[in-house]
Design a protein around this ligand. Structure first.
Ligand code: BEZ
Length: 190
């Protein structure tokens, strides 16, 4: 295991199964074959709705916001790890083409064992990057965006539910969820 979160940025070419760590839609929607699935976390990264989506949960005119990972000392990001054949990655590269890179990082299973995993993350400065905003601003953007994969609000609410279902809290996701539900409640009353 390395001391830094990223051990290498280009996974080696191999035909061996590898762990894929999901922290966004991959927690609740796979759509690919996997040999095993285990709750896990990665360290030194935190989930943030700072990545724009104009191809899944928004459009070029009205981009949505989806989760990416940003470095934060001492942070732990909980998600789901899938043991996959390497050829699964080709499909995911197409599905997640909107600014995401593959990164290898240390993986910590909830049962205490460890391995290494591939993670898709969109880093600051990519073409779809939106960056930091308040929970209310993010919720406002999410509330009006929709794309080929469906309404942006559904992505947020399904992610919030699945993090809770795994028994974890994510203050950032919950703050945006609460802001969105408040916005929707106000719209319903008018
Ligand atoms: C994820 O769920 O881990 C994920 C999904 C799409 C792009 C990047 C990451």
């Amino acid at each position: 295991m390395s001391d830094t979160p990223i051990s290498r940025t280009r996974p080696s070419e191999s035909d061996q199964p590898l762990w894929l760590f999901g922290y966004g839609s991959l927690i609740y929607k796979t759509g690919f074959a996997f040999k095993a699935c285990r709750p896990a976390s990665i360290k030194g990264w935190t989930r943030r709705f700072w990545q724009g989506s104009h191809d899944h949960r928004g459009t070029l005119e009205s981009p949505g916001r989806v989760a990416t990972l940003v470095p934060q000392e001492g942070a732990v990001c909980h998600g789901m790890a899938y043991l996959i054949a390497p050829d699964v990655l080709a499909g995911l590269d197409v599905r997640e083409k909107n600014g995401y890179l593959r990164v290898m990082t240390d993986l910590y299973f909830d049962d205490g064992s460890q391995d290494e995993a591939l993670v898709y993350m969109a880093t600051e400065g990519n073409e779809a990057w939106l960056g930091e905003a308040s929970a209310l601003e993010i919720a406002q953007q999410i509330s009006t965006a929709a794309g080929p994969s469906g309404p942006n609000r559904d992505y947020l609410l399904m992610l919030a539910d699945s993090i809770r279902d795994m028994g974890h809290d994510d203050d950032h996701v919950e703050a945006i969820e609460q802001a969105l539900l408040a916005l929707e409640a106000n719209v319903d009353r008018s």
